[in-house]
Structure formats: structure tokens, C-alpha cells
Write a protein that binds this ligand. Structure first.
Ligand code: PMP
Length: 428
């Protein structure tokens, strides 16, 4: 990459790694202890792939901030990869959860909250019928099962490098095509043997925001309809786009929608919604037996009460206005620094989500991001910022704005980002 000096990058990486570890003796000790009972010494294996040499050990999280066991405080722009999108202790969610814990966390029965939530999901996302799951992974798994049952077909089309959760076994028989490539999609669906296209409406994985080209969604809908293929939109990461996700923002007409993560404000939850036609097939499919759908822990009153609080009190126009305003500021700060140093990078934004990728033009498909470039730059920037109290997404470097994010933290990010890039660039 022009502009970034490899020697300076090495210096920064070594210095920031050492500084991180030196300032966190408690985290180092806990990691050693964890290594004896956890894979890689981390509770989920992928945490060890995040940039810091020793994982962040969180003592507590509040607002859009994290507090670690070694006494450091961070502005959290990672927000648990969208799961903590509304902040770590949004008052509306905390009040609802506190109240419900005393009234029972899980039963296998209905409550008025369930109906309120499914009616509200209908109002926001346009699909009339909904079911509950424990996570977005589960929601995708169940949506694929239903799509196969409804169409009598097995194959599934996904876009290359998309991530839809750890649903590997249900993605067996899948075909990958490039996002935004209408001809490839046409070919993949031509044999009329594909049950569903499973897609993010705007791709967010891989460290970039990949927007659909004009006309792409219309073509995707048209091709799927013409070939009897169901369209499943995974809105898990695109909820920051607006109060009805991208489906609402872009006026999309999927057959099924899946989501999870932030939906219950931090309590595990997933949902999948469907049209009248899919619901009719699903009703027949589930007439007797479980059909491989559902979970005892899905739709417990605790999760559903939290969902009601999120949908009713948190996902408001005012919340989105705040998130978007801060995201625009964050994106402008990064764009200004990139322009000043003439770096061949670009910034992508989707509502309250911002990320930058190390290529001059926004990519049209996720394959353009592979093999990944700028991995060490991303790591150095992550560590530089984290050592100074700013945490980005550990996997992609993306930033999310929550209703609890404060503008002074966004401003501070801009200042630190500018400092880090100045240090890294070769000034001749
Ligand atoms: N869909 C998308 C688009 C995702 O990015 C993810 C996780 N990053 C999932 C589904 C799965 O979510 P979970 O791991 O919470 O099940």
C-alpha cells in the first residue's frame, strides 16, 4: 500500500503489542489459567484470532463502554458485532429484563408479549408470520429447512464469502455466486433446482460494506420468483440501516427474513419471518412432529419481554437519527485522514455502521476483498486505538454507533486515528 511505511508499521505493531500486555497483568494471569480449561484459553475459539496478544478481560460493560479487570476504560465501537447495538445496558432493556426475571424466564407457553412482538415484526418488516429461535444461526438453519420443505428442492445459493452463522451442515449443497453478479445468479437458478437464495441485503462481512448495485435487488427478486426459488434475507447485521432493516429502507420483498443478535438487547434470541405462501407450506410441514425446527430455549418470556422493549422503546426514529449522525461524523473523520495522506482506501457506511477497506473503490463483491490486504495495518490500528481507550470490532475493524454512544468518543476516535496514520505514513 502506498503511503504506509512498512518499517514504521513494524515498529508500531511491536510497540503496541508490548504495551497492551505490559498494562494488563491480570488479563495475562487469567489467560494462563483459562488455557487449562478452554481451547486457546478463550471461551469461544475465534476470540484468540482478535488482534490483542491477550484478550480483553471485561469486568463490566455499560452504555457504549467497556471496563477491564486491569482498570482500563474503553469506548466500545465493536458492540459485540451488532449484538450490543443498543448499548450494554439500555435502560428500557434493563427495566424489562429486571421485571421479567421475577416473573419467570422460560415456560413453553404463550404470552401476550409473543403476539405483540410478532405483530410488530409484521408491521416493520412486512412479513405476516414469525417464529422464534435462540440465535441468528438457528434462524438461518430453520429458514433453510422451511425453504427446502416448501419447495421440495435441496440446493441453496449464497453469495461468496458471506457469513450466516455456524450453519455449515444446512449449507451443504450450497452454490456460491458473486454478490451483484446478475448473470451468475441467472445461471445458478436456471435449472430450477434451488430451494432458496440466502443473502444479506447489503453485505457486511469481510471488513467492508458492500452495497447492491442499482437494480441488483430487483433482478434478484425477479430471478428468484421466475424460477420458483425462495429469497431469504438475513438482516442480522443490517439492522443498523433503519428501524425496518434494509427490507424497510430499500423496500425489499423477501419470502423469508432472519435475524438475531441485537433483537433482545443482549438476551439470546432469533426470529424468522415468512410470507403467507411460505407459512401455508410450513404449517403443513409442521402439522405433526418437529420437522427439525425449534428449540426449548427459544421464545422464553425473558427474551420475548426484552424483544418487546427493544422493538417498542429502543428501535425508534430518534435512536436511528442519533446513530446515523454519529456514523456520518465517524466516516467523515476517517475520510478526511485518508484524503490527507492520499491513501488508496475507502470508507463504507450503512446507517449506524462504518468500516474502511484497504482498496480505493468500494467493492461490489466480497471476493474482491480476498486474499485480504492490510491485515497488519488493521492489527496495528486496532492496537493503537485500544491502547488509548477505543475498541473496534476485533474481526473486521468495523465500528457501530449505538443510542448510548457519545459524540466525544467519536471525536476522540477521529483524533487518534489521525495520529496513528500520521505515524504510519512515510513523509519522505
Ligand atoms: N448472519 C449474519 C449476517 C452474521 O453476520 C452472523 C454472525 N456474525 C450470523 C448470522 C450468526 O449470528 P450468531 O452467531 O449470533 O448466531
Amino acid at each position: 500500500m502506498t503511503g504506509i511505511d512498512p518499517g514504521r508499521l513494524d515498529v508500531m505493531l511491536a510497540r503496541e503489542r508490548a504495551a497492551w500486555t505490559a498494562a494488563r497483568p491480570k488479563a495475562v494471569a487469567l489467560r494462563e489459567r483459562a488455557r487449562r480449561s478452554q481451547l486457546h484459553g478463550t471461551p469461544q475459539h475465534w476470540i484468540h484470532q482478535f488482534p490483542p496478544p491477550v484478550p480483553l478481560v471485561v469486568d463490566r460493560a455499560a452504555g457504549a463502554r467497556l471496563y477491564d479487570t486491569d482498570g482500563h476504560e474503553y469506548a466500545d465501537f465493536g458492540l459485540a458485532g451488532t449484538a450490543a447495538l443498543w448499548g450494554h445496558n439500555h435502560p428500557a432493556v434493563v427495566a424489562a429484563v429486571r421485571e421479567q426475571v421475577d416473573r419467570g424466564s422460560v415456560t413453553l407457553w404463550s404470552s401476550e408479549d409473543h403476539v405483540w412482538v410478532t405483530e410488530e415484526l409484521h408491521r416493520r418488516f412486512g412479513l405476516p408470520f414469525w417464529q422464534f429461535a435462540v440465535s441468528a444461526t438457528d434462524a438461518n438453519r430453520f429458514a433453510l429447512t422451511l425453504a427446502r420443505a416448501a419447495t421440495g428442492r435441496r440446493r441453496v445459493v449464497v453469495f461468496n464469502h458471506a457469513y450466516h452463522g455456524s450453519v455449515d451442515e444446512s449449507l451443504a449443497d450450497s452454490v456460491g455466486v458473486e454478490f451483484n453478479d446478475v448473470d451468475a445468479l441467472d445461471q445458478a437458478l436456471a435449472a430450477r433446482d434451488v430451494a432458496a437464495v440466502l443473502a444479506e441485503p447489503v453485505m457486511t462481512n469481510g471488513g467492508a460494506v458492500i452495497h447492491p448495485r442499482p437494480g441488483f435487488h430487483a433482478a434478484l427478486r425477479d430471478l428468484t420468483r421466475r424460477t420458483g426459488t425462495l429469497l431469504i434475507l438475513d438482516e442480522t447485521q443490517t439492522i443498523p440501516a433503519g428501524p425496518g432493516g434494509c427490507t424497510g429502507e430499500l423496500g425489499l420483498e423477501p419470502d423469508l427474513i432472519t435475524m438475531g443478535k441485537c433483537l433482545a438487547g443482549g438476551i439470546p434470541a432469533g426470529v424468522y419471518g415468512m410470507t403467507d405462501e411460505v407459512a401455508a407450506a410450513a404449517t403443513r410441514y409442521t402439522e405433526s412432529g418437529d420437522g427439525g425446527l425449534g428449540s426449548t430455549m427459544a421464545s422464553g418470556p425473558l427474551a420475548v419481554r426484552a424483544m418487546r422493549a427493544v422493538l417498542g422503546d429502543v428501535m425508534t426514529d430518534a435512536t436511528y437519527a442519533h446513530m446515523k449522525r454519529l456514523a456520518v461524523r465517524y466516516a467523515n473523520d476517517v475520510t478526511t485522514v485518508i484524503a490527507k495522506h492520499d491513501l488508496p482506501w475507502h470508507v463504507g457506511r450503512l446507517g449506524g455502521r462504518v468500516s474502511y477497506a484497504f482498496m480505493p473503490e468500494p467493492p461490489h463483491s466480497a471476493s474482491q476483498m480476498y486474499p485480504p490486504v492490510g491485515v497488519s495495518v488493521r492489527e496495528a490500528l486496532w492496537l493503537y486505538l485500544a491502547n488509548r481507550g477505543i475498541v473496534l470490532n476485533g474481526m473486521s475493524g468495523a465500528a457501530l454507533m449505538s443510542p448510548m454512544t457519545v459524540e466525544s468518543d467519536v471525536e476522540r476516535h477521529g483524533v487518534l486515528f489521525a495520529e496513528a496514520i500520521s505515524e504510519l505514513c512515510d513523509h519522505g
